[in-house]
Design a protein around this ligand. Structure first.
Ligand code: ARG
Length: 590
């Protein structure tokens, strides 16, 4: 018997064919299957209402006709009821719950089930993308954490994912940095903390080159030399990128992030000419005081008639490329070279105007040239503030360094772990603390809707209660400890073959929640909002804990024990799979 991974898809299919059998206009009928509130059942179909309305028919009568046309083997395994004006509710029978739990028994089987959603597609995800020679800030951390979760969700649902770190490695600041570097570089400081030293040199360079000074002319000459390929300056610039990337990678390693590419802005230097040419040829870009710009007259803010005209700056008046130019070239490269079906760019909401203009321009440009248009998504997120509501800063008002931030999270987690498990050897407590501390920072970000600002609170993110990483990691560790006590391994076929259908209300509630994993993954992936998966995991952990309090697992009766161990091992599987999708590292002990 084939057990479908997504019950929503299965119900959609069954209802469509029942509709055809019941004489509905199949082309006009969409079942609209959704996950139901648990008290109404597992799923509900709302599509009859709209269909009946458009035909001025009685929805309740139509729903009854549709239900009567459902095949008998379906109604044997699923309870179907009609509610209100014509909603149809579906509740899976315990036998169906068991069949699903048996079929999806490993991470690979779950992934194979989920893979249908994006199979055959290529997605490029542009995330973190900090600027070289500068400290990564909290925004780049949010982008890294959210972007990595999105990559994992897309890959899990079948996409080929290309992780691209679009470094800000080009621009006028390099003139001043080279100027400062050539005069004041301190090799020892550069080796010890490269980014700190490069920031110092940039500041020195900046202060030494005031507007109108001969020093500024000298800094500009350094920039021109770099741009025209002067070997010394190019070598310096390469070194800046390399040492910056080395420092960034230390953070990425702790977050489990490995980029496939670091195609920064500089990579597109020789690709912007084509953009200028094509946008001019198709009449999309125009000359405005020497600059090449694009207006979108249908848009209130980007039209030439806007109160404060704000065109998309394809080429600056001095002939230089800028952020818009490289992003246009980047969109084309990702489409042509990577054959992207989807492009996701993760930055804070302040860049919304830029990406709105970029996407409008790309759509018109690709349409005029007949290029295939990938899906374009700007994934935004809000600001991070301290508990005082102000931007997150160090005590003396400086920007928070990410390494220090992660270190503090791990230190705090170490104190908590040591208090809970004083008997564990220190190196083990340290390893646990790294996963819990870093996981707490990641999860604090992924557990809330990314669009809202969030208040950074150590207390909250490290709490063992509530929707936090420690709570979920602890839930996982507790299930492992049940298996240790039972002397069993999770997922052992020998134990599981004895398992019977879930029986008690808490067993059934837990099983029903487990079957909603596909829906949570799909919702999080389709909306590019990982918090939908976090919320699901948190609720699952809650249902598990209710089950665990009501139904003792390690009872003598071998059948009840097998049945409950099966529920434990699937809860474990789905919690671990879900946490990994969010980029966390589940632990067996905590
Ligand atoms: N470097 C930019 C910043 O730090 C982010 C780049 C995002 N990606 C892009 N293709 N523009 O804000």
């Amino acid at each position: 018997m084939h057990v479908p991974f997504s019950l929503v898809d299965e119900l959609d299919r069954v209802l469509k064919s029942a509709a055809a059998a019941a004489g509905f206009d199949a082309a006009a009928f969409s079942p609209e299957v959704r996950v139901a509130d648990a008290q109404h059942g597992d799923y509900q179909a709302n599509g009859v209402l709209g269909y009946a309305k458009s035909r001025k028919q009685n929805p309740r009568a139509l729903a009854e006709k549709l239900v009567a046309a459902l095949p008998a083997e379906f109604t044997q395994s699923t309870r179907v009821t009609i509610a209100g004006p014509g909603f149809i509710n579906f509740t899976l029978a315990p036998g169906s719950l068991l069949a699903w739990l048996r079929t999806y028994a490993t991470a690979e089987q779950l992934a194979a089930g989920a893979a249908a959603d994006h199979a055959g597609q290529t997605w490029v995800v542009d995330y973190s993308s900090p600027n070289t020679a500068k400290q990564m800030h909290v925004g780049h951390l949010r982008s890294a954490v959210i972007g990595e979760a999105i990559c994992r969700l897309l890959a899990f649902t079948g996409a080929r994912v290309i992780r691209d770190n679009h470094l800000g490695d080009w621009g006028t600041q390099f003139g001043k940095l080279i100027y400062g570097y050539k005069r004041w570089a301190d090799p020892a400081a550069l080796a010890a903390d490269p980014i700190e030293e490069l920031e110092r040199l940039y500041k020195l360079g900046h202060h030494a080159t005031p507007e109108g000074s001969p020093e500024l002319e000298e800094a500009k000459r350094e920039l021109v030399k770099l741009q025209s390929g002067d070997p010394e300056n190019v070598a310096l610039w390469k070194k800046f990128s390399e040492v910056s990337l080395g420092a960034f990678q230390q953070i990425y390693d702790r977050l489990g992030i490995h980029f496939d590419h670091h195609l920064g802005e500089s990579f597109y230097n020789d690709k912007v000419e084509r953009v200028y040419g094509e946008l001019t040829d198709i009449g999309l870009a125009e000359n405005s005081d020497g600059a090449l710009v694009v207006f979108h007259d249908e848009h209130p803010r980007f039209s030439r008639n806007a109160e404060r005209p704000n065109p998309f700056m394809v080429r600056k008046a001095d002939g230089a490329s800028g952020y818009a130019s490289t992003d246009l070239a980047t969109a084309l490269y990702r489409t042509e070279h990577f054959q992207a079906d989807g492009i996701v760019i993760v930055t804070d909401f302040r860049q919304s105007d830029h990406f709105e203009q970029l996407f409008l321009t790309v759509k018109k440009w690709f349409a005029a040239k007949g290029y295939r248009l990938p899906q374009l998504h700007h994934v935004t997120f809000g600001a991070v503030t301290g508990e005082d509501g102000k931007a997150l800063k160090t005590r003396d008002g400086g920007t928070i360094k990410l390494k220090a931030l992660l270190d503090e999270a791990v230190e705090r987690a170490f104190a908590i772990v040591s208090e809970k498990n004083p008997e564990l050897p220190e190196d083990e407590r340290r390893a646990i603390a790294e996963a819990v501390g870093v996981g707490a920072v990641q999860y604090a970000d992924l557990s809330q809707n990314r669009s809202s600002n969030y208040v950074f609170s150590w207390e909250k993110m490290l709490s063992l209660e509530g929707n936090t990483a420690p709570y979920l990691l602890y839930a996982v560790a507790r299930i492992h400890s049940i298996f240790r006590k039972a002397g069993a391994t999770p997922g052992e076929p020998a134990t599981e073959s004895a398992a019977t259908e879930p029986e008690t209300p808490t067993e059934i509630a837990l099983a029903r929640k487990l079957l909603k994993f596909p829906d949570a993954v799909r919702l999080a992936t389709e909306t590019l909002r990982p918090h939908f998966l976090s919320l699901y995991l948190f609720e699952l952990a809650g249902d598990y804990s209710t089950f665990n309090n009501a139904d003792r697992v390690l009872v003598d009766d071998p059948v009840i024990r097998a049945r409950r161990l099966l529920l434990c091992s699937r809860t474990l599987l789905i919690l671990e799979t879900g946490l990994r999708l969010l980029g966390l590292r589940p632990l067996t002990r905590m």
